[in-house]
Design a protein around this ligand. Structure first.
Ligand code: PA5
Length: 473
């Protein structure tokens, strides 16, 4: 059957004042008053496509040769190995996790090999020692391929994992250890590229102009996806189709520009500082995680590009429908008016499950019989949307016709473009992460790295205020 290539859509009804009520929602006039600033944001992105940190805008167009190489490597890995393990963190892990969860069987690793078609898939995106040990209990390193992903080639978490895994591989395989490693990294800098060239690992490059959290559509995400049998060309095609829909500088004709403007206004005008992303699909649970990193790390900044203090950025929160209706929704409907909820609604689930008739003596149970779980989850989404509307809480819906490689490509590119436009509107650098770097340097300093900057940080940390005993209970 051919893949559904319907467009994803954005429904902003429930955050407009004439629907959700004034003063909660935005007016068309408020949005239109942003037309010039939005156009300037559009022009800035458009003029710099592919340059600086905007290399991700071109990924749907410029990877033809790389795709052949990725698919060939993925075929080899699918045939030769029982497990494929990604070692990476942040932007080098969240995309692969999200796409795998969205597009493969919910219990992919538990399926028999013939149904899976490829190796089991793991992403080690933390350095919890218990988890690292646990990995060795479920894989056989002799039959496992490890994909070390780090753009900088210097991230302590990933490089520690590399040391652990390469040592285990050497012990198990002798000289053949290098055949079990694939490196995905910068061509220009870092330690991983040097190690990869020295030991002749299979190599994929992360373009210099593509930052970690914008890297899902380059080999960072494409190789793991292809190894799991995902149609990566359809993903890129979806991203391209989305890009083509974002060609207008006019707010009401460019859904990403409109969305960025809306989020800007919600914060500025309505004090909405929290952005809840709530997919009504388990398959999209980790897309919400991926979104949270993109939003938080790109837009949470303390200065403008000219160095003016601002402290901006909505706090992203992941939520899952319907699960979190039973944990978070009470707060969303009755707590502070500081949140916007973005539902991700699926038009057609890939499965239909009927609820059997029964329990006739219990009318509150028996009324469910003869319906489907699909109808139930849809009714719960509509119910939640209504509950928010009724309490004057703003929400919007991104509608995905069906979850497939094409729609996921659209969704990823859409969120990336919204983030880029919003970065422009806020006049911040959406591509750096000084707050994260600070914690990395502090950790390296404590571990005794002898490089000067770490030594200096160590000294600085020694003079930081000491904790007081009276506060230790
Ligand atoms: O978005 C980012 O740049 C970060 O989240 C990085 O992806 C993360 O810190 C990992 O960096 P690296 O790929 O260099 O190991």
């Amino acid at each position: 059957m051919s893949m559904d290539k319907s467009p994803i859509t954005l429904d902003i009804n429930n955050l407009m004042a004439d629907v959700v009520g004034y003063p909660y929602g935005l007016t068309v006039d408020q949005i239109d008053s942003m037309a010039d600033r939005a156009k300037a944001a559009y022009d800035a992105i458009n003029a710099n496509r592919g340059k600086g940190w905007l290399g991700w805008t071109e990924l749907p167009y410029n990877q033809d040769d790389i795709l052949d190489d990725i698919e060939a490597a993925a075929d080899y890995i699918r045939n030769e190995f029982d497990a494929f393990v990604v070692l990476g963190i942040g932007g080098s892990a969240l995309g692969p996790i999200a796409v795998q969860q969205a597009l493969n069987h919910m219990h992919y690793n538990q399926l028999p090999r013939e149904k899976r078609g490829g190796p089991k898939f793991y992403v080690e995106d933390n350095i919890d020692p218990e988890r690292m040990k646990a990995l060795f209990d479920v894989i056989d390193v002799k039959k496992t391929c490890f994909n070390v992903i780090t753009k900088s080639g210097a991230t302590a978490e990933t490089m520690s994992q590399y040391l652990i895994i390469s040592t285990a591989l050497k012990e198990a395989l002798g000289d053949d250890w290098t055949k079990h490693l694939v490196a995905t990294t910068s061509k220009e800098k870092g330690n991983l590229i040097r190690l990869a060239l020295e030991h002749n690992f299979k190599l994929f490059y992360i373009p210099e102009s593509v930052g970690g959290r914008f890297s899902e559509l380059c080999p960072v995400g494409l190789l793991p996806a292809a190894v799991c049998g995902i149609d990566i060309r359809a993903m890129l095609e979806g991203a391209k189709a989305m890009d083509k829909r974002l060609k207008s500088p006019l707010l009401w004709e460019n859904m990403a520009l409109l969305e960025a403007t809306i989020q800007f206004l919600l914060t500025e005008e309505k004090g909405i500082n929290i952005h809840v992303v709530m997919p009504y699909a388990d398959s999209l649970k980790y897309m919400a995680d991926w979104f949270c990193q993109l939003w938080a790390e790109s837009l949470g900044k303390n200065v403008t590009r000219k160095g003016m203090a601002v402290n901006v950025g909505q706090t992203p929160v992941k939520s899952l429908g319907v699960t979190d209706q039973h944990s978070q929704l009470q707060l969303y409907t009755e707590g502070p008016y500081d949140k916007v909820v973005t539902f991700i609604h699926v038009g057609k689930y890939r499965e239909t499950v009927e609820i059997p008739e029964g329990c006739y003596e219990y009318p509150n149970v028996s009324f469910l019989g003869g319906k489907t779980l699909n109808e139930l989850i849809n009714a719960e989404y509509l119910g939640t949307q209504y509950a928010l509307l009724r309490s004057g809480r703003v929400s919007q819906t991104i509608r995905i016709p069906v979850v497939n490689a094409y729609s996921i490509g659209q969704l990823i590119y859409f969120f990336e473009m919204v983030t880029a436009y919003l970065g422009e509107l806020l006049d911040i650098d959406a591509y750096n992460q000084p707050g994260v770097e600070e914690s990395k340097i502090a950790a390296y300093a404590m571990l005794g790295n002898t490089e000067e900057k770490y030594q200096n940080k160590y000294k600085e940390m020694a003079s930081a205020p000491k904790g007081l005993k009276k506060y230790l209970l």
